[in-house]
Ligand binder design. Structure first.
Ligand SMILES: Nc1nc2c(c(=O)[nH]1)N[C@H]1C(S)=C(S)[C@@H](COP(=O)(O)OP(=O)(O)OC[C@H]3O[C@@H](n4cnc5c(=O)[nH]c(N)nc54)[C@H](O)[C@@H]3O)O[C@H]1N2
Ligand SMILES: Nc1nc2c(c(=O)[nH]1)N[C@H]1C(S)=C(S)[C@@H](COP(=O)(O)OP(=O)(O)OC[C@H]3O[C@@H](n4cnc5c(=O)[nH]c(N)nc54)[C@H](O)[C@@H]3O)O[C@H]1N2
Ligand code: SF4
Ligand SMILES: [Mo]
Length: 680
């Protein structure tokens, strides 16, 4: 029998629709879903080959138990019994806060909802976090404070309506190719394109203006642009007056800014800063698109606040073709945040410290109350393990041994734990350190919903049965809760039943149900009632918080600056055909072929200075460690900056990176590390 199953690409937050061709119970091909509003009948390479890793011989098909130094297969019953006993013991002995959990932006809303419920209700702690901490935590705090909502204000489909697209710190063509397509469409329709990135990313080739700023100098650039806007009187006075507050504070900081100083800090010529100001401020509808080049800094929240300042200063928000658009990375990182897989927020961004809201969620779960103190964030969890405060950990669908900053420190932490459980499709570098490994079913083997960037909630449909004895994560969490005697709130026959519960405690999802979500375009939150059409554009008449709030943000240097010992700035990122720690793309032959191994990009001037040859083996070192990798001598990077993609464990960028974090969002500075380089 042959059938096409419409579902969602498992890779990035663009959330393109795919059709899985299933023949005799096996997925044989992935094709684009023509009616889908994001992909519009197109996919990037990752989408086309999204089914390949499903049948990797490395798939985990049975639970594993560590005996001595090796793993032995065990039954589900035994694995869950061991875990339930260990978690209960740890809770009784050292208290609920001695346990910590990582949820997964690769898993569905239903799975994230259920895990955070398990952690808060059954364990009794708020120690739950996930990779959003490494990603858009600063967006959630920054846009939350400025606008009242930490999500993309417009939508990928909206980009072509723009007259000026300002891309800052996003390698869109590689990382969100189907969003890049809309940027190119906008450009073809006459829009101006500005790209601010230290590297000549592919979108920069199409740009009217490429601002090659030094990593970590975003605020200096944005303040320079805003200063120039005020100098020319290009600000939108009516918008500032009617819709915002705090302009005087911003202006006071901008009064101290000079474009010469901005040029000195950023390395971007003053004339280009002024040109960017003119293009952005004088176009009818300008949008900002940003990603990790903005967020992954010790000043991440301030960077995001500066972006919000720029949009409000010119009134570029709340209309088609405008907006502040953080491109969310993982397929369901928007949803994992919406579902409260965060230490300080319950589903729907309701603070755990807000007694009325917390009690309402508790009541819906049939409980008197929930833990009241915010839990630990991802980096803080690692610190707490070193300090002997966290002793037990449960990781669902993340691979921190490759993806966290300063992985030497992370490995040491995970090795120090009394007990570690990892739930994944593969025996990842992190899973190898676990005491119990649970085999998770893949995206093609389960049902649920994903929320893409643009706040679009869509249905993931099951195409095939779970491989071997693997199980969907929602089933595993339910079974574990029941093994810990938490019968009541954890018996669900399907993800649809979980969704019916979660929409009761997540105000933005209240009006959604599977029937409504099953249309190709899904629904964009907020969708507060069953007759509400969803919300493509936020903040149209007023901001979620009422008035938009300007913030006074002076420039602050990154945590590490180059010096005599470590004279270069390392910035890190990705390539088009690999996904993070390669657990999936590394097992997809078509995707792994293009960039099978790591490299470091270095400018020809620096290569000469440090005696580095193209394709030669080099050693890159930082204050935390060193790696060996191959050089790519290229003027794609500016002098003084080297670039390493984060994917390769054998030449791991995160051996070098710094875990120092932004004080508000607690996101680490993955984009700026002082390093040295020499031939190996
Ligand atoms: N192929 C592929 N696609 C992915 C992913 C993947 O692993 N592989 N991951 C997904 C995820 S989770 C995410 S979060 C997104 C990330 O998507 P992006 O943020 O677009 O990707 P990055 O490569 O991390 O970084 C973006 C750019 O920031 C630039 N940059 C570095 N420092 C600075 C700075 O200080 N200022 C500015 N303005 N720019 C700077 C880098 O040169 C880089 O080009 O991609 C998603 N899509
Ligand atoms: N140096 C540097 N480091 C970075 C970044 C950077 O730019 N530079 N970017 C950071 C960012 S933005 C992010 S988002 C993180 C990503 O960091 P991680 O989330 O740790 O990276 P992934 O490789 O995507 O890990 C996801 C894991 O989930 C598993 N998985 C997939 N589907 C399922 C499922 O359905 N169920 C279960 N149980 N498991 C599943 C995969 O096999 C994989 O092991 O990396 C961060 N690290
Ligand atoms: S753009 Fe993202 S969602 Fe679309 S096909 Fe590529 S990886 Fe999948
Ligand atoms: Mo991310």
């Amino acid at each position: 029998m042959t059938e096409f199953v419409p579902t969602i690409c498992p890779y990035c937050g663009a959330g393109c629709g795919v059709l899985l061709l299933v023949k005799d119970g096996k997925v044989t091909t992935t094709t684009p879903w023509a009616e889908h509003p994001v992909g519009e009948g197109r996919l990037c390479m990752k989408g086309w080959y999204a089914h390949e890793f499903i049948y990797s011989p490395d798939r985990l098909t049975k639970p594993l138990l560590k005996v001595g130094d090796s793993f032995q297969e065990t039954s589900w019953e035994n694995a869950l019994k061991v875990i339930a006993e260990k978690l209960s013991e740890a809770k009784a002995k050292d208290g609920p806060d001695s346990l910590a959990f990582l949820s997964s932006a690769k898993c569905t809303n239903e799975e994230n909802y259920l895990l955070q419920k398990f952690v808060r209700e059954v364990i009794g702690t708020n120690n739950i976090d996930h990779c959003a901490r490494l990603c858009h935590a600063s967006t959630v705090t920054g846009l939350g404070t400025a606008f009242g909502s930490g999500a993309m204000t417009n939508d990928i489909a909206d980009i072509p309506q723009s007259d000026c697209v300002f891309v800052i710190g996003s390698d869109t063509m590689s990382q969100h190719p189907l969003a890049a397509r809309r940027i190119i469409l906008a450009k073809e329709m006459g829009a101006k394109l500005i790209v601010a990135d230290p590297r000549r990313v592919q979108t920069a080739r199409f740009a009217d203006l490429h601002l090659k700023l030094r990593p970590g100098t975003n605020v200096a650039l944005l303040n320079g642009i805003m200063k120039s806007i005020l100098d020319h009187g290009w600000e939108n006075k009516a918008f500032i007056e009617e819709r915002t507050e705090g302009f005087a504070e911003l202006k006071a900081v901008l009064d101290t800014v000079s474009l010469d100083e901005a040029e000195k800090i950023t390395g971007v010529p003053k004339a280009d800063i002024e040109k960017a100001a003119e293009l952005y401020a004088t176009s009818k509808a300008s949008c900002i698109i940003y990603a990790m080049g903005i967020t992954q800094h010790t000043t991440g929240t301030n960077n995001v606040l500066s972006i919000a300042n720029l949009a409000m200063l010119t009134g570029n928000i709340g209309r088609p073709g405008t907006g502040v658009n953080p491109l969310r990375g993982q397929n369901n990182v928007q949803g994992s945040c919406d579902m409260g897989a965060l230490p300080d927020l319950l589903p729907g961004y309701q603070r755990v410290t807000d007694e009325a809201k917390r009690k309402k969620v508790a009541e819906a779960w049939g409980l008197p109350d929930l833990p009241t103190q915010p839990g630990l964030t991802l980096i803080e969890i690692m610190e707490a393990i070193h300090a002997g405060k966290v002793k037990t950990m449960f990781i669902m669908g993340e691979n921190p041994v490759v993806s966290d900053p300063d992985i030497t420190h992370v490995e040491e932490a995970l090795n120090k734990l009394d007990f570690l459980v990892v739930q994944d499709m593969f025996l990842t570098e992190t899973a190898r350190l676990a005491d119990v490994v649970l085999p998770a079913a893949s995206w093609a083997e389960k049902e649920g919903t994903f929320t893409g960037t643009g706040r679009r909630v869509q249905v993931l449909r099951q195409a095939i049965a779970p491989l071997g004895e693997s199980k969907p994560d929602w089933q595993i969490i339910g079974e574990l809760a029941r093994a810990m005697n938490a019968e009541k709130g954890f018996i669900f026959a399907s993800p649809k039943e979980i969704f019916e519960e979660l929409r009761k405690v997540t105000p933005q999802y209240a009006g959604m149900d599977y029937a409504r979500l099953s249309q190709p375009q899904g629904l964009q939150w907020p969708c507060p009632a069953e007759d509400h059409p969803g919300t493509p554009i936020l903040h149209t008449k007023q901001f979620t918080r009422g008035k938009g709030k300007f913030h006074a943000i002076p420039y602050q240097a990154p945590a590490e600056s180059p010096d005599a010992q470590f004279p270069l700035i390392l910035t890190t990122g990705r390539v088009m055909t690999q996904w993070h720690t390669r657990s999936m793309t590394g097992r997809s032959p078509s995707l792994n072929a293009e960039f099978p191994e790591g490299f470091v990009e270095i400018n020809p001037q620096d290569a000469k200075k440090f005696k580095i040859n193209d394709k030669g083996l080099v050693e890159v070192s930082s204050r935390r460690g060193k790696i060996k990798t191959r050089a790519r001598v290229t003027d794609k990077v500016v002098p003084g900056v080297v670039y390493i993609p984060m994917h390769y464990v054998e030449a791991a960028a995160n051996r070098l990176t710094n875990s120092r974090f932004d004080p508000q969002a607690k996101i680490p500075e993955l984009k700026v590390t002082a390093v040295a380089i020499k031939p190996a």
